[in-house]
Design a protein around this ligand. Structure first.
Ligand code: NAD
Length: 298
């Protein structure tokens, strides 16, 4: 445990992941552009530094959990960023969900600078980040994976080294989130229709939980969010929309028509534009409810 860790992006996912590394006894240097996130990180025992550059200079293993590919690219490639300041031999681990090409090109650049790089997107949500039960989908060199594996075991539970391609984990992660897009709207439509016919959402959940309509997303969206009328993210509609666009681009590149998947991009764009972008994605239910004209009939 002699390696010093850096964590850039201490948001809904990054903060609990870094806290688990602190609890395991690591020294963790952190940076986030949001001062509240920095305060929380410091309260948990992390060493908050004023810039990403300082974090990078202090650390042997540098992790990122950032919202969009554009921000990831900026944090890695800008002058004050990771590539310019990482010590030779450092390992970079990106937990963010980005486009596969970005994983590939950052890996190439890292290699040319004598740095290791792993694309390691995660699944399992904020709860998974807090409880260290994340699924981690890792792509990259075997040696780099072995070096990162202690960290993966601390922040996650189901760890997959999927191959030496740095983007293979991202491709699988985007397939996962394509399904999340389907399920989230399916849950919203099912519950709004059921309620409009007078069927209580609890009854519906209990019966469908023992039927083929059951899904992890139904469980998550209904029990953690809709039932409690709590739409604090979680995973925002905007992040889901970002991932659906990335999945659509990925499909276009290989020539697979996503017959419904493409429509999901328009749908979540519309939901976001109606004010639900920064809510948890389960707010698809609120959005549909606001469009529903009928009153219960039973
Ligand atoms: P978030 O918006 O809560 O956290 C991102 C953090 O990055 C924020 O605190 C923000 O202030 C910070 N940030 C933005 N620009 C920065 C910069 N230039 N330098 C430093 N910090 C910066 O997002 P999140 O939900 O934690 O998601 C992070 C990544 O993980 C995303 O790529 C997302 O798709 C992915 N993800 C999220 C979930 C989830 O359930 N929330 C699950 C799996 C994967």
């Amino acid at each position: 445990m002699t390696e010093k860790l850096g964590f850039i992006g201490l948001g809904n996912m990054g903060l609990p992941m870094s806290v688990n590394l602190l609890k395991a006894g690591y020294k963790v240097y952190g940076f986030d552009t949001n001062s509240q996130a920095m305060e929380q990180f410091k309260k948990e025992g992390g060493v908050g530094l004023a810039t990403a550059k300082e974090v990078v200079e202090q650390s042997d293993i540098i992790m990122t959990s950032l919202p969009t590919p554009q921000i990831v690219e900026q944090v890695y490639r800008s002058e004050p960023g990771i590539m310019h300041h990482a010590k030779i031999g450092s390992l970079l681990i990106d937990f963010s969900t980005v486009n596969p090409e970005l994983n590939d090109s950052l890996h190439k650049e890292a290699q040319s600078l004598g740095l290791g790089y792993l694309g390691a997107p995660v699944s399992g949500g904020v709860i998974g980040a807090i409880n260290a039960t994340l699924t981690i989908m890792v792509g990259g060199e075997k040696d780099d994976y072995q070096r990162g594996s202690e960290i993966f075991r601390i922040v996650g539970q189901n760890i997959y080294h999927l191959g030496t391609s740095p983007s293979v984990g991202t491709r699988i992660k985007l397939l996962n989130n394509l399904m999340i897009g389907f399920y989230t709207e399916a849950v919203a439509e099912t519950i709004v229709l059921g309620e409009t016919m007078g069927i209580h959402a609890d009854t519906l959940y209990e019966v469908l939980s023992n039927s083929y309509g059951q899904s992890r997303i139904y469980e998550r969206n209904y029990l953690e969010y809709m039932k409690n009328e709590n739409y604090q993210p979680g995973f925002t509609t905007n992040l889901l929309l970002k991932d659906l666009k990335l999945a659509k681009n990925m499909a276009e590149e290989v020539g697979v028509p996503l017959r419904i998947g493409e429509k999901l991009v328009d749908l979540y764009e519309d939901i976001a534009q109606h004010g639900y972008g920064e809510n948890d994605m389960s707010a698809a239910y609120l959005s549909l409810n606001s469009l529903s004209k009928s009153t219960p009939t039973l």
